[in-house]
Ligand binder design. Structure first.
Ligand code: SF4
Length: 253
């Protein structure tokens, strides 16, 4: 009888401890979610970001409940996605800039081409013919001049194939909000530091892109002297780096 009582009281004690721990975890989660929502509200209002590293981790762990609350408040999912991309870019930038240009690759979507593009599909993506009808040609020459591998992406599986073939150490990915977010998630799995650049206007054809921002991202490097001479620019490099992580996301639409 004593043994049964001892076992029962032990289970009861353990259940109480477990229940208390779960309650503490739940309360802690609610507190973190509330803090993140306050930080997000601040970001929405001002375009500035407080405690970015805390926000990145919190958004990863509590994405579901945070989205649910934002939906209840009738806040578009895309605003959170933009913040998430911005924060990841910001977090990745210090690692990304250490990788030499020659070990980086850039992937841009085929929809940024002119609708009259004469380029043809090849095993290495769509090959620009430098016809000058869009700025892809200029971007390709600039990127390859620095040392990048430059790809115009015909389809999503293409990126994985090129990564396996060329094994770049860092990546710039251009795309719509959804593509960039998924792409950054994918590169996170491959452990490749990546910067996402979002299209200004998405769609299937003739989409638009802030090309100057893309050029700024391409230039990012620790070797400022090398960059200045290679791009022949008078623009202070610090400005360029700031634009890389901040421009476009500084004002959250
Ligand atoms: S510049 Fe290149 S990508 Fe643009 S339309 Fe001409 S061939 Fe196509």
């Amino acid at each position: 009888m004593d043994l049964i009582e001892t076992i029962t009281s032990t289970f009861s004690f353990l259940a109480t401890i477990l229940g208390s721990l779960l309650l503490i975890a739940l309360l802690l989660s609610i507190v973190i979610i509330v803090i993140v929502l306050i930080l997000l509200a601040y970001s929405f209002k001002t375009g500035n970001f407080l405690f970015p590293n805390v926000m990145i981790i919190s958004l990863v762990f509590f994405e579901g409940p945070i989205r649910a609350v934002l939906r209840l408040l009738r806040i578009d999912d895309s605003r959170m996605d933009r913040i998430s991309i911005y924060l990841r870019n910001k977090a990745m930038c210090p690692t990304f800039r250490k990788i030499p240009y020659t070990e980086r690759a850039i992937f841009i979507p085929q929809c940024v081409r002119s609708i009259n593009c004469p380029a043809r599909l090849s095993p290495e993506g769509i090959k620009c013919k430098d016809c000058g009808q869009c700025r892809v040609s200029e971007a390709r020459k600039f990127a390859e001049g620095l040392g990048y591998k430059f790809f115009i992406v015909p389809g999503s599986s293409f990126i994985i194939r090129m990564i396996k073939q060329y094994q770049p150490k860092a990546i710039i990915g251009v795309g719509c909000l959804c593509e960039v977010k998924e792409g950054l998630d994918l590169m996170h799995k491959y452990k490749i530091p990546s910067i996402g650049v979002m299209l200004d206007h998405s769609g299937c054809v003739a989409t638009t892109l802030n090309w100057d921002k893309l050029f700024d991202v391409m230039k990012v490097s620790e070797n400022k002297v090398g960059i200045m001479s290679s791009i022949g620019s008078n623009m202070p490099m610090e400005d360029s780096i700031c634009n890389t992580c901040g421009e476009g996301c500084r004002k959250i639409p």
